[in-house]
Ligand binder design. Structure first.
Ligand code: FMN
Length: 367
């Protein structure tokens, strides 16, 4: 898989989830394998140029966190170009332009999804960035503003013409938010609109089978996974294995899930310090717990932890309480096993939505 001059080890990408896809999470995923390219949360180009500490924290990285793209948002061409130059000089692998963020604060100033409504202006902004740096410039967008304005195919073609190296496309419109089914035909229209750059499909990929279906049904070159990675950090390794062998690896054992959750917390504390790292982990741990079976005792306590000791005390209590749900071999009894997730585009139209992935709460609830 190539994006411009950048050669990647897989065609699987981590989608930015503001507030979640920080350095500790990316390192956790990379240790599990299969991830081709990760992207930071969106960062305001101007804040980066002004070297605001919050913006610098968002792009914090380490040698083990490579290759990494930085995602910029903004609508002032000079700022976007200069921020790209600044990041390229710091050794990032690629710069991604956010054209999908529906948050009013971002769109009001002409950034995020608003860029999909102004094709010529957006292409001009991207061109200035492409011409200023040697690393690939990519763009992440939705299908369009709403169903009446599906601009993504035209925008992708215009961006390719000015040298953008790849397009990431979430198969929903800005108006849709996270409602409804991911529109594979819409992604396919973007694939068909470009001449040769890779188009990466995105939206609701929660299983290796869903990744394969998206690639087969749209012709996209790879898939980008956001919430699915949060729900199942093994998804990249498992999908890569599935693509290579046609076989699904076994689900990780409960002990392995607990080990990875604890590793994630340790990295969180390394990067953010103990009190802040633990507080941030309050919204992370319940996502691991989704695959633990009954976990209300854990979820109730973990949202109050401020120290590693409190976290481990909550975990110990949970492990004791959980024994009642286990069989003689120490496995969850069948009736307590969590149901598998199903991607929106893999379900019968009449199916209930209960097996679909929720939208995480956080600073960007309206994404
Ligand atoms: C909480 C949250 C934060 C997000 N932050 C970003 C962001 O910073 N930049 C971006 O381009 N997309 C962002 N997105 C959109 C995701 O990257 C992705 O396009 C979307 O979640 C669909 O993919 P998924 O179903 O695999 O999660 C965010 C989504 C959520 C739920």
């Amino acid at each position: 898989m190539r994006i411009g001059s950048l050669e990647l080890s897989s065609n699987l990408f981590l989608s930015p989830l503001a507030g979640y896809t920080n350095l500790p999470f990316r390192l956790t995923l990379r240790e599990l394998g299969g991830l081709g390219l990760a992207t930071t949360d969106l960062v305001n180009a101007r804040s980066l140029l002004e070297k605001k500490s919050k913006a610098l924290k968002l792009i914090e990285t380490r040698p083990a966190d490579q290759p990494l793209a930085v995602q910029l948002f903004g609508s002032v061409p000079g700022e976007m170009r200069d921020a790209a130059v600044y990041r390229a000089a710091c050794g990032v692998a690629a710069v991604d332009i956010n054209m999908g963020c529906p948050v009013p604060k971002v769109c009001r100033v002409g950034g995020g999804s608003a860029m999909m409504t102004e094709l010529a202006k957006t292409a001009e902004l991207a061109q200035a960035m492409v011409e200023a740096v040697a690393i690939p410039i990519t763009a992440k967008m939705r299908l369009g503003w709403d169903d009446q304005n599906l601009t993504a195919p035209d925008l992708a073609r215009a961006l390719e013409d000015v040298g953008v190296a790849a397009v990431f496309i979430h198969g929903r419109t800005r108006q849709q938010g996270f409602q409804g089914t991911v529109n594979l035909a819409g992604i396919c229209a973007v694939v068909q609109a470009v001449k040769s750059i890779p188009v990466i499909g995105n939206g609701d990929v929660t299983t290796p089978e869903a990744a394969r279906a998206m690639i087969e049904q749209t012709g996209c070159a790879g898939v980008s996974i956001g919430r699915g990675a949060f729900y199942n950090p093994w998804i990249f390794a498992h999908t890569q294995h599935f693509f290579a062998t046609g076989q699904l690896p076994p689900e990780p054992a409960f002990e392995e899930r607990v080990r990875v959750m604890c590793r994630h917390l340790d990295l969180m504390i390394e990067v953010f310090g103990e009190p802040h790292g633990c507080r941030m982990f309050r919204k992370v741990a319940p996502w691991y717990a989704r695959r633990f079976g009954p976990a209300n005792v854990f979820n109730r306590r973990v949202v109050h932890v401020s120290t590693t000791a409190e976290f481990h005390a909550a975990l110990e209590e949970f492990l004791r309480w959980r024994r009642q749900f286990l069989d003689a071999h120490g496995h969850l009894k069948p009736q307590y096993r969590p149901a598998p997730l199903v991607a929106s585009f893999m379900e019968e139209p009449s199916a209930s939505r209960s097996h679909q992935i929720p939208v995480p709460k956080g600073p960007m609830e309206t994404w």
